[in-house]
Design a protein around this ligand. Structure first.
Ligand code: F6R
Length: 364
C-alpha cells in the first residue's frame, strides 16, 4: 500500500535510505571494512572487458557505473541500450563480462541481448530487482538489488539500489584485479556505508523542492546539465520529468552546451544544473554561467559549499548534504526524482500510471 503517501512514486522515493542499506548489506562487510559479493565462486580476476546493456533508467545506472569500472578497476567498458546492441554486430571477445541491468529482469530487448551475448561466449552478470525473473535465472553471476517491489512506473528506488550494487561490483572487480589496497577498500566501504544517511539528508529538501516546482511546471522545455557521473544523472532527471510530467526535457553533458544546445536558451527554458562540489565543479559552473549570460534561468543542485560559491544569480538552489564523490550520484538522484514528482503533481498528471507507459516492457 501507499501508506501515508499520496502516490507509490513518493513512497518509493522515501524508501531509498532503507532499501539502499538493505542492498548494501549483501555487498559489504561493514564492520570488517571489506567488500563481498553474494557468491564467492565467480572469477572476476579474469574479466578483461565489461559490456553493459540495459534500457531506460537502468541504462543510465550503467552509464554511471562505466565511470566507476574505469576509475577503480581500469577495465575497458562498452555500453549500449539493448535495442541498439542486439542489432549491431558488437565485438565480444573472450574474457568479456556482459552485464545486464534491469529492475524487472524481463525487459524484452535486454533479455534478447543477454541471450545474444551468451551465444557469443560472454560470461553473464545481471543486476535485477526480481530474483525470480528470467534474467536472474539465466545469469552466471546474479547481483540482486533489494529494493522490494517497485509499483510506480517511474523507476526510483530501483535506480539508487542499482547504483549501490554497481559501485560495489566495480570495487570488487578492482580488488580482484589487485588494484585496491586494504586501506582503499576500507575507505570505499566507509563511503558506501554513508549513503543511507546521506539519502535521508537529501530527502529533507522535499518541501523546498515542492515550493520551486511551479517554476518548472510552467516550462515547455527543460535542460539538465552535468559532468562526469552527473551527466548520466542529468539524462535520468530529464527522463523522469518527461515521463511523468510530459514536459520536454533533455540531459546534456555540460561541456556540450556550446556545441549546439545553447542556441535554445532564453528566459523560458529552465536549466537544472547538477554540480556537487569537487574536481569537476568549476568546469560545470563556467558552463552554467554561459547559459545565465544568455538569460537562462538556472536551478543549481549542489552542496552548501557549491551553493555559496555559485548560487548567486540562480532562480533557485537545492542544497544537498556534502558527500564523497562516489556516492554523489545516489544522493543527487533524490532531488531530481522529487522535482519530477512535484512538477507532475502540480500539473495534475497520473504520476503512478503515466500515459503510454508500461512498468515492464516485454515486447520489442
Ligand atoms: C523509467 C523507467 C524505464 C525502465 C526501462 C527498463 O523511469 O522505469 O525507463 O527503466 O523500461 O526497465 P527494466 O529496468 O525493468 O529493464
Amino acid at each position: 500500500t501507499k501508506g501515508n503517501h499520496r502516490h507509490f512514486m513518493l513512497k518509493e522515493i522515501y524508501e531509498q535510505p532503507i532499501v539502499v542499506a538493505q542492498t548494501l548489506r549483501a555487498y559489504l562487510r561493514r564492520l570488517e571494512g571489506t567488500l563481498a559479493l553474494p557468491t564467492e565462486d565467480f572469477d572476476l580476476a579474469s574479466v578483461k572487458r565489461v559490456t553493459i546493456v540495459a534500457c531506460g533508467t537502468s541504462f543510465y545506472a550503467g552509464l554511471v557505473a562505466k565511470y566507476w569500472f574505469e576509475q577503480f578497476a581500469r577495465v575497458p567498458v562498452d555500453i549500449d541500450v539493448a535495442s541498439e546492441f542486439r542489432y549491431r554486430a558488437p565485438v565480444l571477445e573472450e574474457g568479456g563480462l556482459a552485464l545486464f541491468i534491469s529492475q524487472s529482469g524481463e525487459t524484452a530487448d535486454t533479455l534478447a541481448a543477454l541471450r545474444h551475448a551468451r551465444a557469443e561466449g560472454q560470461k553473464i552478470a545481471v543486476v535485477v530487482n526480481v530474483p525470480t525473473s528470467t534474467m536472474a535465472r539465466e545469469a552466471d553471476l546474479l547481483l540482486s538489488t533489494h529494493a522490494g517491489p517497485e509499483i510506480g512506473v517511474a523507476s526510483t528506488k530501483a535506480f539508487t539500489c542499482q547504483l549501490a550494487v554497481l559501485a560495489a561490483l566495480a570495487a570488487n572487480l578492482a580488488r580482484a584485479k589487485g588494484r585496491l589496497s586494504p586501506d582503499e577498500e576500507r575507505a570505499i566501504v566507509r563511503h558506501l556505508s554513508e549513503a543511507p544517511a546521506a539519502l535521508n539528508g537529501a530527502l529533507a529538501y522535499d518541501e523546498a523542492i515542492q515550493e520551486m516546482a511551479p517554476i518548472i511546471a510552467a516550462a515547455r522545455d527543460v535542460l539538465y546539465l552535468g559532468r562526469g557521473p552527473d551527466y548520466p544523472l542529468a539524462m535520468e532527471g530529464a527522463l523522469k520529468l518527461k515521463e511523468i510530467s510530459y514536459i520536454h526535457a533533455e540531459g546534456y553533458a555540460a561541456g556540450e552546451m556550446k556545441h549546439g544546445p545553447i542556441a535554445l536558451i532564453d528566459e523560458n527554458v529552465p536549466i537544472i544544473v547538477i554540480a556537487p562540489s569537487g574536481p569537476l565543479f568549476d568546469k560545470t559552473v563556467s558552463n552554467m554561467q554561459e547559459v545565465q549570460a544568455r538569460g537562462g534561468k538556472v536551478v543549481l543542485i549542489s552542496d552548501y559549499d557549491g551553493i555559496q560559491a555559485a548560487g548567486d544569480g540562480c532562480v533557485a538552489t537545492i542544497t544537498m548534504p556534502k558527500v564523497h564523490p562516489l556516492i554523489a550520484p545516489l544522493v543527487y538522484a533524490v532531488p531530481i526524482q522529487l522535482l519530477a514528482y512535484h512538477v507532475a503533481v502540480a500539473k495534475g498528471t497520473d504520476v503512478d500510471q503515466p500515459r503510454n507507459l508500461a512498468k515492464s516492457v516485454t515486447v520489442e
